[in-house]
Write a protein that binds this ligand. Sequence first.
Ligand SMILES: NC(=O)c1ccc[n+]([C@@H]2O[C@H](COP(=O)([O-])OP(=O)(O)OC[C@H]3O[C@@H](n4cnc5c(N)ncnc54)[C@H](O)[C@@H]3O)[C@@H](O)[C@H]2O)c1
Length: 322
Amino acid sequence: MDINLDGKVALITGCGPNIGSGIALALSRYGAKVACNDVSTESIDACIRRIERNGGTAMAAPGDVTDEEQVKGYVDAVLERWGRIDILVNNAALLGGKGVLDETAEDFERSVRVSSLGYFLNTKHVGRAMAEREIRGSIVCVSSSNGWSGTAGVIAYAFNKGGVNNFVRAAAMDLAPYGIRVNSFTPTAPTPDNPELVAAGVTGVLQSPPRSGSPAQGAPSGSGGRATSGGLGGAVGDEPWRRPTRWSGDRAPMVPMGTTGTPTDIGHAVAWLSSDYARLITGTDLVVDGGARARNFAYIPAAAEDLAGPVPLISLDEDDAT
Ligand SMILES: NC(=O)c1ccc[n+]([C@@H]2O[C@H](COP(=O)([O-])OP(=O)(O)OC[C@H]3O[C@@H](n4cnc5c(N)ncnc54)[C@H](O)[C@@H]3O)[C@@H](O)[C@H]2O)c1
């Protein structure tokens, strides 16, 4: 099977250097022209550089996904430049946050707004552009393991990712008559593999587990343990009544295959999901997480040295950034 996205145009929201950039690069390597959205021009420029360095074609689509005029503006700019949009990846989100005892109304609303309004507005305007042109497109909404099960310290993020999961099913019903498919993709704390991030010493949470404190009391959760661009979170109180929300000592990752993978693993899967091979796949979720979500609470994965592990990664970056 040879995934081929030649002639297709993709729009990725929130193309920051981790997952968004990984998906953008993958769609480009499989042949699509890629429009890169973000509120950060630095992230857009870095994503475009990465795509072009690997022989692809990209354009900037700057704007805030929660502002309808800005969404219409960058969608129109892509249509004007390339005449069509075949693939939308709703990826922009605010990571991190706090638990239910500490989250502020303002940050809760801001977090939910980016994933709810942002995913809706982009699906609406790109969906209309696809329907008007009779394009049987693919819309992929990036969810999170936090949308399917509970963890501490990310109450707003968990709320909006849970919403994303049923948004996908409802939007899939709205758009099925037009042949437009809507699915979610669920990453689970991937290890960054963008050469720029690796060069900056950024590693994933599964390789550098936090040694103390709970996510509710420190680093953003769900972000591979790193600070995120524009994410939420921060210190909370230390009153005597507080109880730890998570076990926080040394422990092997509870992932049956030993690793949840990288943005490159995500990119390969999203490219396939956006290709014509997946033409009847709609309203569902694709998860590439080494079995993390499927694991029963009583199942303890074997020690890392006893695992065969996944086959070698098929890299999408042809050369290093530096
Ligand atoms: N990193 C993880 O561990 C992890 C795990 C599961 C799911 N996810 C999901 O994957 C996606 C990408 O995560 P990431 O780790 O690459 O995060 P990231 O913070 O590196 O990237 C998110 C990008 O969205 C952009 N953004 C934020 N608000 C925006 C807005 N209003 N308009 C346009 N752009 C905006 C940010 O500037 C940033 O570049 C998110 O949907 C996240 O919820 C991440």
